[in-house]
Design a protein around this ligand. Structure first.
Ligand code: AMP
Ligand code: GLY
Length: 423
């Protein structure tokens, strides 16, 4: 089989690494890819939003399956373009990717089908949103409706802050058209857990749990980032939580989408908050999480290509999804100054130290080739993942492995997975 992967981050590197292990696969392409992905795939210089070029490439090169890693092309309808050309593709169509693409849609869906989530109101008029705030309890959460690189959520402690937030989202269009509508919702507290799942339109298979660290600095201080590290499984995702989510959240979401005529095939990422009243859905994503994928896939036993095909074919009920009884931790090595201002183009040294080391992985998030060397090419540069018998062992292994690679301005958090010490 020939497989094309669309994307260029650490998530797509982990997907490419996993796809490369499938005995069914002879050749992998990645558009546009990065210097790490190039170890497993031929990188093709086509952007993730160039749907017609991607489909033409898939046709010319007789690609048997295309896997879309990123949210933007999914929400933009890349799957529909591929399907119209008769190409096999893994991911939700545009009418289902809206589960991530519109927070107002996802909140209305949860309300209609009684899926537990924070209380909320949707607004497409700034004046009405401002009036609503006058009677609302603080703190309160404001969310731009559309995709905003994970930055469109504002937690406001005072009425003044909340009013400023509404203005910046809806009037000043800080997040562009993503702010044409917004959700205002109840502030909840509790542990956050990420749960990824495969879905074939009817059947859902849950992967193992994980937790992300979104803030830039130790102790969850500093600005929100694309994710500074992850661990899997989450010790807070207990059997009781799992049972609750199976009963009220996972299948209910798949069934709700089907009932709306928006059959969902692909990955649903459930962002959950474990509140005192039980698990609540914070958000849905319509793709693998980044950097959750970098700790989940190294623990997955199945041939991922078989699972992708089962989702496309609607035969996921025949798949027994299995994970190793171990743990994994991913520490992101970023460029100092991320997520605000940082330099690029520094040589990355020591990547060869990961060769043939079982249970250690270096997934590239932002790297490229320059003059025969691999250099930094983003705020997040590498995700160093290690497995271990348990979370503590995995964390020790991951931090040890962060010392094997170096580049100028290398920065990482020192407390990824620290929460597990509380268990
Ligand atoms: P989202 O993109 O919707 O997952 O929101 C990003 C982050 O904002 C989440 O991971 C939470 O940390 C936080 N958040 C979102 N919604 C709420 C809420 N209703 N209450 C408290 N925190 C929230
Ligand atoms: N790690 C969160 C996300 O992928 O959106």
């Amino acid at each position: 089989m020939k497989v094309l992967i669309v994307g260029s981050g650490g998530r797509e590197h982990a997907i490419a690494w996993k796809v490369a292990q499938s005995p069914k696969v002879d050749k992998i392409y990645c558009a546009p890819g990065n210097a790490g992905i190039a170890e497993y795939a031929e990188c093709v210089n086509i952007g993730a939003m160039e749907f017609d070029k991607l489909a033409a490439f898939a046709k010319e090169n007789e690609i048997d399956l295309t896997v879309i890693g990123m949210d933007d092309p999914l929400v933009g309808g890349v799957v529909d373009v591929f399907e119209a050309e008769g190409l096999r593709v893994f991911g939700p169509r545009k009418n289902a990717a809206i589960l991530e693409g519109s927070k107002a849609f996802s909140k209305d869906l949860m309300k209609k089908y009684n899926i537990p989530t924070a209380a909320y109101e949707n607004f497409d008029d700034a004046e009405k949103a401002l009036a609503y705030l006058e009677t609302a309890e603080m703190p309160i959460v404001l969310k731009a409706d559309g995709l905003a690189l994970g930055k469109g959520v504002l937690i406001c402690n005072t009425l003044e802050e909340a009013k400023e937030g509404v203005k910046s989202i809806m009037m000043d269009k800080k997040f562009g058209t993503a702010g044409n509508q917004m959700v205002i919702e109840e502030f909840m507290t509790g542990r956050e857990v990420s749960v990824l799942s495969f879905v074939d339109g009817k059947t859902i298979r849950i992967m193992t749990s994980a937790q992300d660290h979104k803030r830039a600095l130790d102790g969850d201080q500093g600005l929100n980032t694309g994710g500074m590290g992850t661990f899997s499984p989450s010790p807070f995702y207990t059997e009781e939580v799992d049972e609750f989510c199976k009963k009220y959240i996972y299948q209910a979401t798949v069934d709700a989408m089907a009932a709306e005529g928006r059959e969902f095939k692909g990955i649903i990422f459930f962002g959950l908050m474990l509140t005192e009243k039980g698990p609540r859905v914070l958000e849905y994503n319509a793709r693998f999480g980044d950097p959750e994928t970098q700790v989940v896939l190294p623990r997955m036993k199945n041939d991922i290509v078989e699972v992708f095909e089962a989702c496309v074919d609607g035969t996921l009920d025949q798949i027994d999804l299995q994970f190793e009884d171990n743990a994994a931790v991913c520490v992101v090595l970023a460029s100092d100054g991320y997520p605000v201002a940082y330099e690029k183009g520094f040589e990355i040294k020591g990547l060869e130290n990961f060769k043939d080391k079982d249970g250690y992985y270096v997934f590239h998030a932002g790297s490229k080739f320059a003059d025969g060397k691999i250099v930094t090419n983003g705020g997040r540069v590498l995700g160093v993942t290690a497995t271990g018998a348990d979370l503590k062992a995995a964390r020790a292994n991951a931090y040890e492995a962060t010392k094997w690679v170096n580049f100028d301005n290398k920065y990482c958090r020192s407390d990824i997975g620290k929460a597990i010490d509380e268990v």
